[in-house]
Design a protein around this ligand. Structure first.
Ligand SMILES: Nc1nc(=O)c2c([nH]1)NC[C@@H]1CN(c3ccc(C(=O)N[C@@H](CCC(=O)O)C(=O)O)cc3)CN21
Ligand SMILES: CC(C)C(=O)C(=O)O
Ligand SMILES: [Mg+2]
Length: 283
């Protein structure tokens, strides 16, 4: 079992050009499989609202949802670096609320770091959480919690003006004390510039190759999420197909009385004659 990584390992990996592979996970079994596979880190994303709860966005997700899923993931992956994702309205209102809620991820769910969305406009919160001794991951570009302002789940930084805003946001997030930055759905040219410009590791979800590592949503890469498939997703398995086929076969077996067989039942421990006598008593 390799030793659990720390944020210093991720700085070192950036320096040495070793790429970080991470996925989201929300449950115990997925966390176990990710750790067994050697995943560098796990994000317990507020995307759990869409991937496991079936909401159409991440806005309804609560602190209680996030803490509960972080606890499940930690039990499954005790030796993997885990990041808790701060849900909508858990950090926007005030620095005090932001610090208090960030702290819950560490105290109640043993997370190693927290992530929150936004650039310059959340730098006060990033500074406050950092000052409390908590590792912060920034997240800019397509920020699903503010998809209303973005006009939907749309790629960002495609034009020079918006790219300039994102570069300013990236620098501000680093200056505020964040120790890593996630870029979501921005063009690779911009990703490469930001990854080279910043001292902190810069990771991509839908932001191309030239940076310090890649994140995918587990439900997307495993083929378990059916509502939509972002352009940036590579599907590595079709779990939906496997699961539906298994359910269909089970249904058929039940209808045709092919399940259960002798292998799946318990054997009586008294002579069958005694059982027959027992049943007689009731006839
Ligand atoms: N399952 C899942 N995967 C994700 O990647 C994801 C979530 N859920 N929930 C939170 C956000 C929302 N994300 C999304 C959602 C949709 C697109 C998408 O369909 N994009 C289109 C159009 C892009 C555009 O209009 O610019 C695409 O073709 O990629 C992208 C990212 C990323 N995150
Ligand atoms: C989309 C990713 C980056 C995320 O924040 C999540 O999974 O919640
Ligand atoms: Mg999120």
């Amino acid at each position: 079992m390799p030793k659990k990584k720390s944020i210093l390992d991720f700085y070192k990996m950036k320096e040495e050009g070793d790429k970080v592979a991470w996925i989201t996970a929300y449950d115990f079994p997925t966390a176990q499989f990710a750790e067994q596979a050697g995943m560098d880190m796990i994000l317990v994303g507020d995307s759990l609202g869409m991937v496991v709860k079936g909401y159409s966005g991440t806005v309804p997700v609560t602190m209680e949802d996030c803490i509960s899923h972080c606890q499940d993931v930690r039990r499954g992956a005790p030796n993997t670096y885990c990041i808790g994702d701060m849900p909508f309205m858990s950090y926007q209102v005030s620095n005090e609320k932001a610090v208090e809620n960030a702290g819950r991820f560490l105290k109640e769910a043993d997370m190693d770091a927290i992530k929150l969305e936004g650039g310059q406009r959340v730098c006060d919160q990033i500074r406050a959480i950092t000052d409390a001794g908590i590792v912060v991951f920034g997240h800019i570009g397509l920020t699903p919690q503010s998809s209303g302002q973005l006009g939907g789940f749309k790629a960002q930084g495609l034009h020079v003006d918006s790219a300039r805003d994102l570069i300013d946001d990236a620098i501000a997030v680093q200056e505020a004390g964040a120790e890593a930055l996630l870029l979501e759905a921005v063009p690779p040219e911009l990703t490469e510039f930001i990854a080279k410009k910043l001292k902190i590791p810069v990771y991509s979800i839908g932001a191309g190759l030239p940076c310090d590592g890649q994140l995918l949503i587990c439900g997307d890469m495993l083929g378990m999420f059916q509502a939509f498939t972002p352009k940036f997703v590579k599907q590595y398995a079709n779990v939906a197909e496997i699961e539906i086929a298994a359910f269909e076969e089970y249904i058929k077996d039940v209808k045709e009385e092919k399940f259960p067989t002798d292998d799946h039942v318990y054997n009586v421990q008294d002579p069958i004659e005694e059982f027959e006598k027992l049943f007689e008593e009731y006839n």
